[in-house]
Design a protein. Sequence first.
Length: 255
Amino acid sequence: MWSWAALRKRALPSVRGVPQNLWNDVLGGLPVLARLPASDRSRLHQLASALLKKKGFVPVGGIQLTERMKVVVAALACLPILRLDLRWYRDWRSIVIYPGEFVAPRRAVDDAGVHHEWEEVLSGESRNQGPVCLSWGDVEASVRLDGYNVVIHEMAHMLDMRNGEPNGFPPLHGGLDAKLWTRVFTAAFEDLRHEAETGGQMSIDAYAIEDPAEFFAVTSEYFFELPQRLAWRLPQVYDLLAAFYRQDPLRQASA
Ligand SMILES: [Zn+2]
């Protein structure tokens, strides 16, 4: 049985942390983290410092990576695992940073056996075993508490892929009912799809209904960035995400 007290006692790897001045500066620019209670910010500091030791950053496309930029990415990346563990990220090692959106070649064979090739413009991409690719421009745009956060989005995919292909069904902790998860997420997906079909303004970014994996990633962004919106629109999804992430952003007052 999980307990917060037991988790806090569990030793984190002993690493030289991100200097406090830099850490405070980074958190000051990231409202999704700045509003966490002090004890959570402190644990996040430890997790982000450990992540920076374990993962390699790869700048591409001429971008000059600063220490601050790495800390921004590491801090945001550790929010989803704040009450899980860094071991949830152990299957991958590298974070590739592009200056802006990037182009990925795609290939597929259709049912008729015809090969198709095309290019997709991306703000982030995660592959099983890594790397995680991020557009720095989109990381910078992930500070508005508007439900868009590319780092949380890609980390949700990495958690989802801990048990295979991304499908919106990450490994569930004991006590989380797999059938309930499937039922709630399937119904919510259909509900949102219906909302899209009937027109009007979407309550959750329409990218969520791309497929179940994107649904999990996008609702995870809303869970951390706009918890009121998610809890109002898809309350059962909110509750399951709270159980999965072991966090309750709606009720986490800054302290
Ligand atoms: Zn995605």
